[in-house]
Design a protein. Structure first.
Length: 388
C-alpha cells in the first residue's frame, strides 16, 4: 500500500516539476526534460529508490513545491526509510530562500527523523533551537523533547519541560506524567536506600497527581523499609480511594506490614471486603480467603471462594478451589481434579495479565509507562474470566 502511495507521489512530483519548468521558474537546475523521463523510467522499471533520488535532485525547492517535499519526507519516515527522509529534509534546509515558519517546520520534521533513527543528540540540539519560538512549532518541539528525555530517563529534564507544557489544554496529562517522573526518581532512591530523597520525590509526585496510586505503592515500600508498619498500612490503604484497580498490586506489602505491625485480622478483613465491594478481584478474594482460613479453617475458605466464583468466575479462582479439594480426595477423583487443574492452568498460561486502556497493549507484567502509546498510568490488571 505505502509503496503504491510512494509511486503516486513520485509521479505527481514529476508532473509538478514539468509544469513548474514550463512556468520558467528561476531555478538554475533544469526542471523538465531528460531528467524527468529518467525518473519516470526508474519508476516504471520498479526502481522507486532511484526514482526518489531523481526527484530530490531535480524538483526545485520553493514555496510552491515545499508541500510535496514534506509529504515525501513524511512518507519515507513512516515506511522506516529514515535515512532518505533525512536527505529530503536536509535538502530543503539547504535552500535559504524559504520563510521562517517553513524552515521551523522542516527542522521539526528533521528532529522527528533523528528521534526515530536514535540520533538523540542531534534531535535534542534541533529541538532546543526551536523551543524558544513563539508559535505552535515551539509547543510541538517541547513535546518531542519530553519524549526524548523519557527515552534517556532524564527525569529532571523531562519535569522541567513538562512543567512548561502543563499550562495548556492537555495540562492534566502532563501533570500525571510529571507525577510518574517523580515516582521514577523515588524508585531509584529507594533502590539505593536513600530514604529522604525518595520521600521528597514522592511528596512532589503527590503534589502533581493526588490520584496516582503508584505514589502510595512506593510510599508503602518506603515505610516498610524503615520498619514503620502502621504508616505503611495507612499508605497502602489509600489506594482504594485513589484507583482501586491497583489494590491487587499492594496486597503482598499490605499483608506483610499488617502482620509485622500487629494489625488486627478483623481490621484487615474489613478493609479487604470494602475493596472487594468496589473491585471484584480474585487477588483480593484469595488474600481474604487466606485470612478466613486462619480464623475458621479450610471449609469456610472454600465456601467463601465458591460463593465469589458463582458471581465472578475466574480461572485463577477455580484452580485455588481445586487445590483446596484435591488434598481431601483420593483415587480416580483426585486424578480427575489434577487433570482439570492442568487444563485450567494451560488456559491462562500464555494469556496477558495487564492491558493499556488507552491503546490496548497487552503484557505479562505491569508497565507504568505504556511501551506503545507512551501514556503514563494507563495499564492495569485485566479483569474477567482469564484475569482478575
Amino acid at each position: 500500500m505505502e509503496n503504491g502511495l510512494l509511486y503516486l507521489l513520485v509521479v505527481a512530483a514529476i508532473g509538478c516539476g514539468w509544469w513548474l519548468g514550463r512556468r520558467e521558474r528561476k531555478d538554475s537546475r533544469p526542471t523538465s526534460g531528460p531528467q524527468y523521463y529518467a525518473g519516470l523510467n526508474y519508476l516504471l522499471s520498479e526502481e522507486p529508490d532511484r526514482a526518489v533520488t531523481r526527484f530530490i535532485e531535480d524538483l526545485g525547492v520553493n514555496q510552491d513545491t515545499i508541500e510535496t517535499h514534506l509529504a515525501l519526507g513524511s512518507l519515507l519516515r513512516r515506511r522506516g526509510e529514515v535515512e532518505k527522509a533525512v536527505i529530503v529534509h536536509q535538502n530543503i534546509l539547504a535552500h535559504g530562500t524559504l520563510e521562517d515558519a517553513v524552515i521551523g517546520n522542516v527542522q521539526l520534521e528533521l528532529a522527528r527523523d533523528y528521534l526515530l533513527a536514535g540520533l538523540l543528540d542531534r534531535a535534542e540540539e534541533l529541538l532546543l533551537i526551536l523551543a524558544p519560538r513563539q508559535d505552535k512549532i515551539a509547543r510541538q518541539s517541547l513535546a518531542l523533547l519530553v519524549e526524548l528525555y523519557e527515552r534517556e530517563k532524564e527525569w529532571y529534564k523531562a519535569i522541567a519541560v513538562s512543567e512548561k507544557l502543563a499550562s495548556g489544554d492537555d495540562g492534566a496529562s502532563y501533570d500525571r506524567a510529571i507525577s510518574h517522573y517523580y515516582c521514577e526518581l523515588a524508585q531509584a532512591s529507594l533502590a539505593a536506600r536513600q530514604i529522604e530523597p525518595a520521600r521528597e520525590a514522592l511528596r512532589d509526585a503527590i503534589g502533581h497527581d493526588a490520584k496516582n496510586a503508584r505514589t502510595s505503592l512506593l510510599l508503602g515500600k518506603l515505610e516498610l523499609q524503615q520498619g514503620r508498619f502502621p504508616e505503611a498500612v495507612k499508605a497502602l490503604q489509600r489506594i482504594k480511594d485513589q484507583n482501586p484497580v491497583y489494590v491487587p498490586e499492594s496486597l503482598p506489602d499490605l499483608i506483610k506490614a499488617s502482620e509485622q505491625g500487629g494489625a488486627a485480622a478483623e481490621q484487615v478483613q474489613q478493609y479487604l471486603r470494602a475493596c472487594l465491594a468496589q473491585t471484584p478481584s480474585i487477588s483480593i478474594v484469595l488474600t481474604l480467603a487466606s485470612s478466613i482460613r486462619q480464623a475458621s479453617g479450610d471449609e469456610a475458605m472454600a465456601k467463601f471462594i465458591a460463593n465469589h466464583l458463582k458471581r465472578n468466575p475466574t480461572i485463577r479462582g477455580l484452580t485455588q478451589l481445586i487445590d483446596l479439594h484435591i488434598d481431601n480426595t483420593s483415587g480416580v477423583a483426585k486424578q480427575n481434579l489434577a487433570i482439570l487443574r492442568s487444563f485450567a492452568e494451560a488456559l491462562v498460561a500464555d494469556k496477558p495479565a495487564y492491558r493499556c486502556h488507552e491503546c490496548g497493549f497487552d503484557g505479562k507484567k505491569l508497565h507504568w509507562h505504556c511501551p506503545v502509546c507512551k501514556s503514563w498510568g494507563t495499564i492495569h490488571a485485566i479483569f474477567g474470566l482469564e484475569g482478575e
